[in-house]
Design a binder for this molecule. Structure first.
Ligand code: NAD
Length: 412
């Protein structure tokens, strides 16, 4: 099953249960706009390489489309389409006035120099100049991109439009209109959803243990924030390896290590090396997959021992694994709720850009935590009302908002 087929499979389950009107379902199963561009970039060796980039706008019913940009070797239109659709549902669940979009470039950023990355990012921005805009479509970071790339996009777009437009992109450095709290926001949201779910499930967080897969923006911040809330993080990992420490990983030390070690955990001595599968199937209270998609397949699902999974990554659980986890009684806080903290603070960044007035970190965090707690309650309520999983409850939460917006706006 492709990623977009997996989106549709879950969509269909939720649409049937909610009785989503046929015309609205028809509007939501296809993206509104799909742009694929190729653009040449001069590489450091003097040769020109032609890259392929995507921007897919899934919907704009609730507002301008919003979604990250991913740089990875396997980026393709099916993946970007799935991620764009999830952004529609994520923004609706989080109560944001945004539609959904996603973008990406098929490239290997780990093998590219800073100069090559900058030229490629500017060329992509130029190719997408008609799509992007502060009231049209607003990109943000995703895997392989961060504040540096967002600064280049903002600069290039402002040059093309001949005006300073910081609101065209979020996740920028603070000096260029970025928001305090944005960098840690997705991990912070994961922490809030973990705590809210633990309260509902009666898990004592002070005695709880966690395993976190992925140690990039989301995993690192989630691990650190879980640790500050007295949840013992016993395992962490990245693409170079996984590490286990029964007494708890010293997360701050791991972060310092990674920052000095080319952004990877390879060689970390604060835990014993274990396999990726061992990490995913550890006997912990909460598992946070925060790396990439399709990590929990049917085979792994059968072996999961965690009571709670909080999906930091987008699409970490395969569709076929959903029913296995449900039958095993594992509570899954789905991606479209669990990792919505990032886009929530992206929205705050955009609001601050539009106002030209900037908030303190405590103010951003307080607004974020309130938004996440509210979203969690709504999804929990809908999952109970419809006697379904939190994942399907999250889709239903989104359908309720999208249906109203679409009806008010009307159509041709
Ligand atoms: P990142 O590039 O900063 O980090 C990804 C991490 O995952 C790295 O540590 C990498 O080594 C690790 N990783 C990759 N493949 C792995 C594998 N097979 N096994 C173990 N580790 C692996 O990316 P990120 O921004 O942290 O994003 C991670 C996930 O969270 C993605 O699915 C992304 O779409 C999602 N997400 C990110 C944000 C955000 O604000 N950055 C917001 C919402 C969702």
């Amino acid at each position: 099953m492709s990623m977009y087929e997996a989106v549709l499979a879950r969509f269909n389950v939720a649409a049937k249960l909610y009785n989503l009107p046929e015309d609205i379902a028809a509007m939501l199963v296809v993206p509104q706009k799909q742009v694929k561009a190729t653009f040449p970039v001069m590489m450091d060796n003097g040769k020109v390489q032609v890259f392929e980039g995507y921007r897919i706008v899934h919907s704009t019913y609730l507002g301008p489309s919003k979604g990250g940009i991913r740089y990875a070797p396997d980026v393709n239109d099916d993946e970007v389409k799935a991620l764009a659709a999830w952004m529609t549902y994520k923004c609706a669940v989080a109560g944001l006035p945004y539609g959904g979009a996603k973008g990406g470039i098929t490239c290997d950023p780990r093998k590219m120099s800073v100069g090559e990355l900058e030229r490629m990012t500017r060329a992509y921005t130029n190719a997408m100049a008609e799509v992007f805009g502060p009231t049209k479509d607003i990109p943000a970071p995703d895997m392989g991109t961060g504040k540096r790339e967002m600064a280049w996009i903002m600069d290039e777009f402002s040059k093309i439009k001949r005006e300073y437009l910081p609101g065209v992109v979020t996740g920028k450095p603070i000096t260029l209109g970025g928001s305090r709290g944005r960098e840690a926001a997705t991990g912070r949201g994961v922490m809030i959803h973990t705590i809210e779910a633990m309260k509902k499930l009666g898990i004592d967080r002070k005695k709880a243990t966690a395993a976190v897969q992925g140690f990039g923006n989301v995993g690192m911040n989630a691990a650190q924030l879980l640790h500050t809330r007295a949840i013992k993080v016993v395992a962490i990992s990245d693409y170079t390896g996984a590490f286990y420490n029964e007494k708890g990983i010293d997360v701050d030390k791991a972060i310092q290590y990674v920052k000095k070690n080319n952004n990877v955990l390879q060689g970390f001595t604060g835990g014993e090396p274990i396999s990726n599968e061992e990490l995913l199937t550890l006997d912990v209270d909460v598992l946070v997959p925060a790396a990439t998609q399709n990590q929990i397949n049917e085979e792994i699902a059968h072996k999961i021992k965690a009571k709670l999974i909080v999906e930091g990554a987008n699409g970490p659980t395969e569709y076929q694994a959903d029913h296995i986890l449900n039958e095993m009684g594992v509570t899954v806080v789905p991606d479209i709720l669990a990792n919505s903290g990032g886009v929530t603070v992206s929205y705050f960044e955009w609001v601050q850009n539009q106002m030209g007035h900037y908030w303190k970190e405590e103010e951003v965090n307080a607004k974020h935590d309130f938004a996440m707690e509210t979203a969690f309650e709504q999804v929990w309520f809908n999952s109970k009302q419809y006697k379904t999983s939190l994942r399907i409850g999250a889709y239903i939460t989104a359908f309720k908002k999208l249906e109203k917006a679409i009806r008010y706006r009307g159509q041709y």
